[in-house]
Design a protein around this ligand. Structure first.
Ligand code: SF4
Length: 308
């Protein structure tokens, strides 16, 4: 095997001389949005700054986890109490971390976070039957051959005893359900990862094993710009063909990582054909698309005939 020239956070060489690639769903999500952004993350070429958008979502996850733990003990919080939890976590994280406000002002972030927390408390929490929160899985082997081993690891936010896996999402706009069903990587990774841990999982609140649905995934989305405060999106990952498809997706990425380790692939494809390629989402903007174009160059014009 050629010498390893780089040091990324996903790939290493095992004692038996084979590559091992350890994938996390969140990094894969980034990869499918833009491979080059994911490469920079993997090789530590961007500072992982905490942004206001991520902070609103993380505070909501923490508030949901606290509220679900109390629900498991038989205490149902009202929406205002969930908002208090959100506020507590948001304040705490703002005090401890250097949050960069790139998407919203602090006041707008707070408004949106409280709206999402209220929606969670009013429209989601009363309908839950908690089975477990924060369930780690992996690393487990998805594929191996003579040259490489591909593993995956992650943490499932929440498993409901009746409804299966649910993930909480903050977002500017509602999601497209058909897109999520057709290609979202998170339900696929967690379907495969969940199958390795859920059968033996013990609940802190229930006796006996999990008897809920397998391969059913729900996003509970709290969109900022929408009338609806909670959008439910169901994804089915029941068919085992999703397992094979996941390997088919990961193998080419493994080849890319190996070529990069050998020094044969200094950059990865730049994908800017999505709304996220912007100064507010991509920490590499200034040294990538922003080197040749400004945010002004991205502005769209009113749709009208050129002679109007
Ligand atoms: S600026 Fe756009 S193309 Fe460049 S790394 Fe970021 S998301 Fe990718």
């Amino acid at each position: 095997m050629p010498p390893v020239k780089h040091d990324n956070r996903i790939t290493h060489v095992r004692p038996d001389g084979r590559w091992e690639h350890r994938f996390r769903q969140s990094w894969l999500n980034t990869y499918f949005d833009c491979p080059e952004r994911a490469r920079r993350e993997a090789y530590g070429e961007v500072d992982r700054v905490e942004t206001d958008a991520a902070n609103v979502g993380t505070a909501l996850h923490y508030a949901a986890e606290d509220a679900i733990a109390l629900l498991g003990e038989g205490i149902l919080l009202d929406p205002y109490e969930v908002q208090d939890l959100w506020q507590k976590h948001w304040d705490q994280r703002n005090a401890e971390l250097d949050i960069e406000f790139v998407k919203r002002t602090p006041a707008a972030s707070q408004r949106y976070g409280l709206r999402a927390a209220e929606a969670f408390g009013a429209q989601v929490l009363p309908h839950l039957t908690p089975f477990a929160t924060e369930i780690p899985f992996g690393p487990f082997v998805l594929h191996e051959d003579e040259q490489r081993v591909i593993t995956a690891t992650g943490t499932i936010d929440y498993i409901d005893a009746v409804h299966g896996m649910i993930d909480w999402k903050t977002a500017s706009r509602p999601y497209e359900p058909w897109e999520k069903q057709r290609w979202a990587i998170q339900p696929t990774t967690y379907k495969v990862g969940g199958a390795t841990v859920i059968p033996d999982l013990k609940s802190p609140w229930h006796d006996g094993p999990y008897n809920g649905p397998m391969g059913i995934w729900h996003y509970a989305v709290f969109p900022e710009a929408a009338q609806v405060k909670t959008q439910w999106i169901k994804c089915e990952r029941i068919h085992d063909g999703w397992d094979g498809w996941l390997v088919n997706q990961l193998l080419p990425i493994a080849y890319q990582l190996e070529a990069t380790e050998r020094g044969d692939l200094p950059v990865w494809p730049l994908r800017d054909q999505h709304a996220l390629c912007s100064p507010t989402w991509c920490p590499s903007w200034d040294t990538c698309k922003g080197m040749t174009l400004s945010a002004d160059d991205l502005k769209s014009h009113k749709p009208r005939a050129p002679w109007a």
